[in-house]
Design a protein around this ligand. Structure first.
Ligand SMILES: [Fe+2]
Ligand SMILES: [Fe+2]
Length: 371
């Protein structure tokens, strides 16, 4: 399920110019991609014929207006590295360096995953659905910029992700178009809130700005916001995706999956947030509340994130995940490890089911003004 066109020309490996030693910014070592888990960013593929055949007429004017915004390419000159980056990597202590590189890698992978999906979509539907294809091409341009900028920062630490290798070797998850809409809408909007929350925090606490890349987050997150608005308009052009009983169930499922995954992952690497002077739990809570609120503009239902039980249950997932990591880290044969993990997997399943069954909030009640 690897999109063939995406495999060819995307390698942005570091130069191999002779005298620089491997692992230096001049000749970064190619970093092995992080092990795939349920918490690492995913690569997606979809039904391209169904996307090409999509009728945009119910919301064509809004999509055309969004495409016009994309054409303006507001951030064309934004992602230019300046002298602040020189020597910045050397100022980080080894522990901060480790968690920061993980952050860069995870962010670069998820930006790149967006690039691959949008690029392939624009290529495959170009003939039959030119407006949609053009929007995807503009978004692919933005994501390529974001991924490239993050990868250059990795090079400051003497590392670089081999994006060509990732393209060809990572497993692709197939989603029907409407599931692509839910998943990418949420990842764009949550990306917006994540970047802007860090940016605003560092504006107030410049002493915690551990690397100059954070200076770029304000304009960067506007790209993600526009991408999210595009999927909002696209879902409104396909109203059945956000109407009816089944859609309400799926929206709840995707909101929960995205929020729970982020919470568990961020708490597990809370040291990164501590390095920025943030508390991972507080930060995630803010991002989840904001994303949930934004989602009510298009999803028919959102989650009751003001309910204290929601957070108690997320904490149980964190606890189970820590237990699972402890089993992984211990010695022992794989079948025994799997047996020891079983109760924690079951407990996670049960907590997710309880979270899913919590009464949602109808969006009309939540965002009456914008609906
Ligand atoms: Fe992006
Ligand atoms: Fe994006």
């Amino acid at each position: 399920m690897v999109p063939p066109a995406a495999t060819a020309s995307t390698s942005v490996q570091g130069s191999s110019q002779a005298p620089a030693s491997v692992g230096s910014p001049a000749a970064p070592a190619v970093k092995d991609p992080a092990k795939d888990t349920i918490l690492t960013p995913r690569f997606y593929t979809t039904d391209f014929d169904a996307m090409a055949a999509m009728d945009l007429r119910p919301n064509e004017a809004e999509l055309e207006a969004i495409c016009e915004e994309f054409r303006k390419d507001y951030n064309r000159h934004h992602f230019v590295r300046n002298e602040e980056f020189e020597g910045a990597a050397d100022k980080l202590d080894p522990q901060t360096r480790k968690v920061f590189v993980e952050f860069l890698e995870q962010s670069c992978t998820s930006e790149f995953s967006g690039f691959l999906l949008y690029k392939e979509l624009s290529r495959r539907i170009k003939q039959k659905n030119p407006l949609l294809a053009e929007c995807f091409a503009h978004m692919a341009r933005d994501e390529a910029r974001h991924a490239g900028f993050l990868n250059k920062s990795m090079a400051d630490f003497g590392l670089q992700l081999d994006l060509g290798f990732l393209t060809a070797n990572k497993a692709y998850t197939y989603f029907k178009p409407k599931f692509i809409f839910y998943a990418t809408y949420l990842s764009e909007k949550i990306g917006y809130w994540r970047y802007i929350a860090i940016y605003r925090h560092l504006e107030k606490h410049p002493e915690s700005k551990i690397f100059p890349i954070f200076n770029f987050f304000e304009n960067w997150c506007q790209d993600e916001n526009r991408h999210g608005d595009f999927f909002d308009a696209l879902m409104k052009a396909q109203p059945d995706t956000v109407r009816g009983f089944t859609s309400r169930l799926w929206c709840r499922f995707f909101l929960l999956a995205v929020f729970a995954t982020m919470y568990v992952r961020d708490v597990a690497r809370k040291e990164f947030y501590e390095a920025l002077g943030l508390d991972a739990r507080e930060y995630d809570k803010e991002v989840i509340i904001k994303t949930n609120e934004t989602s009510a503009r298009v999803f028919p239902v959102v989650l009751d994130v003001q309910n204290p039980r929601f957070w108690v249950r997320l904490e149980r997932l964190v606890h189970n995940n820590e237990a699972l990591s402890a089993v992984d880290a211990a010695d022992g044969p794989a079948p025994i490890k799997a047996l020891r993990k079983l109760p924690f997997w079951a407990a996670n399943g049960l907590e997710m089911a309880k979270l899913f069954l919590m009464a949602p909030i109808r969006s009309e009640a939540f965002q009456p003004a914008v609906r």
